[in-house]
Design a binder for this molecule. Sequence first.
Ligand code: S5P
Length: 278
Amino acid sequence: MPSYPHKQTYGARALNFTNPTAKSIFETLERKKSNLAVSVDVTKAEDLLAIIDAVGPYVCMIKTHVDILDDFDFSLIEQLQHLSEKHDFLYFEDRKFADIGNTVALQYSSGVHKIASWSHLTNAHPVPGPSIIKGLSSIGLPLGRGLLLLAEMSTKGSLAVGEYTEAAVRMARQHRDFVVGFIAQRRMEGIGAQAGEDVTDEDFLILTPGIGLESKGDAMGQQYRTPREAVLGSGCDVIIVGRGIYGTDPKAVNIIGAKAERYMAEGWAAYLERIASN
Ligand code: S5P
């Protein structure tokens, strides 16, 4: 039986990991008292920077999709780094790699985005098998980066269920130096363990998207649940919130900051309730 690491404090769990990015994430969670990651899916660099500056005080992490920016230029990275130092958070480029090892290594290190050079965390679909981890870790591990596998998705009709999810967890288990956890909807410890395998003390970082306080979904298959359902009900560690915070008007930075504060408060209250319920 797994030992339910999610009952431990974030600060204590930093010690369960050897990967430097995983350690920094747990330390940041504890220091900032925030388990909120804001997903900033906007197409203009100016809006991206303004939103990050507005939500920065309330987040442990900013999740980006830099490939959707119309006006990306590598000089933007310096501005992003300045904001992460100002507000004390980490970056997660949500690249969802899904190709052979050699290709993902190039996509991760090169091109216009050079993701590995600035993003602490990134993610990959397990669909190609363990070679995708080999490819990405050849670039990310020497830099101290971390990887999440997409073991489940938040969308209606997702194929990442059952045996697929179990195989994803087994893949992660074989590469704990680089794979620090999952994009998932619940905890993954013990899932897919082989007979006789000791998984008693394993601990995975679980980031969960599909979070909204005011809506149950969108018109394109996204499904939302509340921070409390995700953190207390399902034991997830970090909530990922996008449109629930920046809404339809990325320019309304005052409202955006206040919304981030509300999600942070809800996520943290659910975490305190979770660790108190031992
Ligand atoms: O299963 C998933 C995995 C991810 S990473 N479902 C998701 O929605 N995401 C990402 O989380 C998605 O790409 C988007 O950037 C964010 C959710 O955005 P929101 O506006 O629906 O909160």
